[in-house]
Design a protein around this ligand. Sequence first.
Ligand code: NAD
Ligand code: FES
Length: 282
Amino acid sequence: MYKIVTKRCLNDSVTLMEIEAPHIARKAKAGQFIIFRVDEKGERIPLTIADYDREKGTVTIIFQIVGASTKLLNTLEEGDSILDFVGPLGVATHIDPNAKRVCVIGGGVGNAIAYPQAKALHNAGIQVDMIAGFRSKDIVILEDEMGAVSDHLYIMTDDGSYGEKGLVTNKLQQLIDAGNKYDEVIAIGPIIMMKFVAATTKPYGIKTLVSLNPIMVDGTGMCGGCRVKVGGQTKFACVDGPDFDGHEVDFDELMKRNTFYRERETTDKEHVCRLTGGKRNA
Ligand code: NAD
Ligand code: FES
């Protein structure tokens, strides 16, 4: 069992939890993910690692309360435990030793993952400009944390209620037009955002990394659930990613696949196995 040592609401639908998992904290790196299961009936949910503390032996996850499993997880409090917490999985983000300046872009709850990327780059001595986009002021998360690991932090809101009004791509275009030179752009957020960030950087030939979160089941490359098309080839996000070259990803196919089970994901109904004639959990 894995104890919840800290629980903090970041906004009405996003929660931060610090989980006691020393064996994962020892090895975790930015860009990797874990898979958790609240209890023995729970589904396996992948979440990118938001932070870790090797000394305390804890791993931080930040999740949006969107489906039955994250709703259930959010009912737990500090001191409670979850059944499974497996990781670190996936390939850690490659930090280019020759990079001098990187622009990290987060969209909404994706900022929870953009933050550790920015932190890792900052700790490696790389200049980091960060663009963090939110729909409105009331859902801004991690502003102080992101500010502490970036040379410039640009907060964007769709409605202009905080920071500057506009999408993250508006700011990126503005920074490029103003002559800022980036060795790399890293984007994490809604698929549509990553698609348009990649479209913005492509004409300038700026290397662009995106972190994909397709549907996952086993997280070990066995089930094929997380397949994505990159450069015309099928890749498994859980073992080949989750980071990929944004100029090569087939975002439209990924968007289609990710909506496939949306209805099932957002209902509280228990799974009824059709292979066993409707007997539950057989
Ligand atoms: P959202 O829809 O509120 O969008 C956040 C920001 O993204 C917007 O404020 C805007 O600046 C930008 N954006 C959105 N659409 C855009 C477009 N068409 N062009 C340019 N920029 C655009 O985000 P949300 O509801 O918080 O959702 C966050 C998403 O991030 C979820 O879909 C979640 O699955 C994903 N996510 C991904 C990872 C990962 O590891 N890849 C991790 C956490 C969350
Ligand atoms: Fe099964 Fe990636 S989650 S292959």
